[in-house]
Design a protein. Sequence first.
Length: 273
Amino acid sequence: MPLLSAILIFAIIISLISYSLFIYEAVNAPDKTPPLSRRDMVRAFCWGVGAMFLTTLTFPLGFFPFLWRPRGKAPSSRPGVVLIHGLYHTPGAWIVFGPALAMAGLGRSHALAYNSFGAHTFEDIAQRLIAQVHAILDDTPRISLVGHSMGGLFIRRLLADPRIARAAVAAVTLGAPHHGSKVAALAFCSTVGRQLLPGSPLFPALEARPEAVAVQKLNIVSPADDMVLPNASSAMAGAGWSTVNTPPMSHVALLYHPTVIRQTAAFLKKHVP
């Protein structure tokens, strides 16, 4: 119980800080976007506390690779689903999302792992992820991609790889900071985290990569995302991209909310050959 209480207090503190920054940014934003109602803000905050509690509780599970191996002896006829977590996360982020996609009738899930602490740059990590996906493609010729937060940026980088672009049938990004986030200023002990600041060279470099125009891509965005500031940084346009807004919820809640899981599953199933 003391451990659970400590985790809950941690989740409340993080949510208080992040939503204080969210409110400050919303009040001082140059656009005329109508503010969220008090009721929506309370709901988003509660989702933030609950999601952060669950994420912290399940974080260590990501260090046990056997928990995240695809189940079954052989790939199904459906494309495999490649899941890429965000900054400071582990494959434990998909503890709800992965099984839910499997129950929706999608292919076997492959939860990739990477270390976002230390001096690793975005491209360092991307090269390791590309190698992991190539290994998956040796047995599973077609894949879908789902990425949360920075994982959505890695999806864009992976789709610039010709082999992955040919194999991908669809991709979904959840709360991805497509144009950076001011919260990245607090990304301590992480070179790649600091690269997410708005104005970073990372984003022009991503834009310069080849676009997988044949792959249908969905950008799922929450109007109460407390980690992508300003929220306009979540916007994404271009060939093959579409956007859907969720009910107000926190950044981490995108990993657990039933609406987001349904939206993702419906989009992927729609584009399965």
